[in-house]
Design a protein around this ligand. Sequence first.
Ligand SMILES: [Zn+2]
Ligand SMILES: [Zn+2]
Ligand SMILES: [Zn+2]
Ligand SMILES: [Zn+2]
Ligand SMILES: [Zn+2]
Length: 969
Amino acid sequence: MLTLSQSDIPFLAFIPEVDCFLNEFLRLESPAGESKICFGCLSSIGTESAPGYSCRLCFATQLRCKACVVKEHSTAPFHFVQEWKGSHFEPTSLKKLGLRVQLGHVPGQPCPRPLCATGDEFVVVHIDGISQVGLDFCGCPSSPPHVVQLLRHRLFPATVTNPLTAATFNVLETFQMLSFTSKCTPYEFVRALVRRTNNSGMVNVPDRYASFLRMIHVWRHIRLLKRSGVGHLIGGSGNMKSGDCALHCPACPRPGINIPKNWKNRALSTRFLYRLFMSIDANFRLKRRDVSSDERDPGLNHGIAYVVEEKKFRAFLEEHGNNIQEKSTCSNYDAIKSAHIRGGKGLAASGLGLTICSRHELRRPLGCGDLQKGERYVNMDYILLSTLKENAPELVTASYDIGCQYGGGFEGRCDSYPEDLNPFDRGHSFLFLVPKFHLPAHVLSCQPRFSFNYTPGVGRTDGEAPERNFSLSNELASSTKEMGPGSRRDTLDDHFGDMNWTKIVSITSTLKERAKEAIKMRRIQVDAFLDFTEALPKKSVTEWTNLVWDWESDPEDNENPFVVTKSVLSAGEVRRRLAEEDAAAIASGDLVEVHADVTPSAFIRQGIEIEETQRKFAADQKGLGTHSTDIQRARIIERSNSLQRRIDAWFTLQALFMPQAVAKRRARQETDGPPDPVYAIPLFLPSALCGSANPDTRLIRCEQQYRIAQAETTLQQLRNYLLFRSHMYNSQKRYSRGTRMSTQSNATIQTVTDNINTTATKYRQIRATISNLSSVTKNLEWERNLKPLEEADVRGLTSDADGGEGSKKLTWIWTTAGTGDDEDEITQSDLRIEWCKSRARAHRWQEECMLLSEELRRVLVTFEWEATEWDDRASLWLSPKTLVAPTPTLWNNVPEIYQREVAQLQDIRNGKVAYARRQASIRRAMIKSAKDVWGSLDTQLGTFIVNNSNKAKKLVECTDIPGDEYTGL
Ligand SMILES: [Zn+2]
Ligand SMILES: [Zn+2]
Ligand SMILES: [Zn+2]
Ligand SMILES: [Zn+2]
Ligand SMILES: [Zn+2]
């Protein structure tokens, strides 16, 4: 029995102290220390005419006299004070005690001309609540407008004329951060402030929800401008350009900033380093209800950050929204998209289309826009085209889950759009791919064509960035759904900016982890590929290399080397064909329908699937051993029950399709002996009844076809295991030093060997079954490919790798051919595909290393560029030219007042210079930290296998790994 000590569960240590804590909480309910003397001035208090006060927020807990408590709060005017009534505390307020908050002067210093806020009813929303404050503006000559007076004390006015409410910068900043981290809504936050002010429900706390909404909206906008350097533009916000306020990815290529000017002169094999990898997708949770309107809520940002400018977007949709969208040719298109394509009543936007840089997951500038009526190409086109205008590199790899369809008509659609949007005129070229985990849902012909795995120059990019980002955006969905259009756009901009910023500050560690992984994986994959290549005849390697080259350079017009060319059918293909046959037979009346929903072929397929499950189950149970845990045993029982249910259901079908099997099963049950365990229950598929009278030939034919496909798959598995074991042997020879590592890899090799044996046995069983079935079908065509598997046949490509000596003669499992009679000639397409895949893996990891090395460089260059930008802004505002003379007013023709105005402008200028320098210094700190964190990673990524020049030579010679300058030759 495991016993946990107190140090394992720290809070247990608190239990004996609970009463102590409770006592101390209660002690604070009465004044600390002497209650008759003021701790500030030692005057006597505690009478009705001179009561004592204490502050709920201050560090001091002793009582003060009225004068002292007011004086002490001149710099903390929003605190909550309470009055000691002799028996208990009661809330009061600093305003009631006479505290005046004087703007425009040093705290504590009076203003000769104080101007009380209208009705003396000024309200401040602050971090501890919402308070009435006795606030006086400064009425001295040349005093700035009231709004400015508030801002200079870090108070944000709720209105620009005659403000009667303000929020502290602190409360706005805190809310903004909370909204990023917890997606807290303004409504929830203001409610919390109200209850924090007074939670008894007896006091009327001023309602400032509407003001707060307005303040936070403008606050977000102004902070965005400040961070983007708009405050440093000559002419200010009037001179900013579209997209100016978006945070760009420091690792992605940006012409003129972080990529070489002459990148086009680089070797062809390295040009992919200057590609932009971008993901396109639609988020259907970021909806907007049809509330308010652009007239009533136009928003503030207007295409300066991530969301596209609304008016231009609308005009574009009006013009092109009715263009006819090409019909989909990927038959699975509907399966991929139908779940999403739903309009929705009362929705102004059914979702948000967005573009993200795939490798680093930053939102692209001006790369988001509303969707209406599902995911129309025209909306996505506009979003994609507008983000491309933001200094995007010429080469673009765009990943999109419907990339096969979308990319096809893209160029044609662009032709009909306005010239300034057309990317082809600006020299862009596109490669559309489908994200890795979405690809299996596409039709077979899409699979190699749009694959990140097989396409050269994409590294290990997977294109799945939107998926990973959506969980974040989804939390945003509920808080933005009910917003007016402008507020929603601005809120999205703010959140996207924050998401980008968090990615930027963590880019150093993100890239570090990736680089470490890539260096490791490249070594493994390149070695595996070289081992494989070495085992093959030179002739085949040359032939296949040419095939891949042709395909890579022109995938449209060349045979795809990743595709099976031989005649053997996959299980899926068999299923499709049989289903077609069934349908035709039913239509022509040749097939008696035994069951309304299940066709004979479906019945056979289910039987074979159950048999596979039984086999897997038996293996898992055997592997469980005697030391299994309760949870493992419980899972086995669960699986056993569910398998039993499947078998029972299938047996009811069997009673209809194969009545003779029922008799056979009954006969078995009547014999003595324990009942069969679930994994060994005989199913009596047609092959088991071939010898009986009147076999159902249709069922037998079905089974034979499925079995042939099953045998092919099993052979394929066998080859994979053999390849893997060869590789294990080789890498063991190469890397294993010390017994521990060698024991580990021995154990792995043993597991693989077990798998090889099990798979070989399985193949033999299936082959026997097929042979049995052919006694009825008389179909012996399969014997050409599926030969008897002898022990000696189960060998890797090189017998050396399996421990033996001698020849490189390949056993039939490697040469079994769909065509050709010469067995030494490797025409076997499985082997070619295996080799192509192995090559692709080696290449992708090498490209990944190259990309990462380039990205490390770019991050540093970009940060340095940004630092220089901020330096330039600092210098700009330091130069005397930018010191603008004060605008003439009623007052400042008096020299003294004019001088004061100049001084104030100088203060602003100093602030701008200081801010720019602070930003530059943050960027330089980021550069330093990145260099420290990365250490020698860049060298490791670049020079590879530098110690083995023999191997490096081979790499370049016969295996065309990209980037020869990276091999260290
Ligand atoms: Zn006092
Ligand atoms: Zn206080
Ligand atoms: Zn004054
Ligand atoms: Zn990026
Ligand atoms: Zn497709």
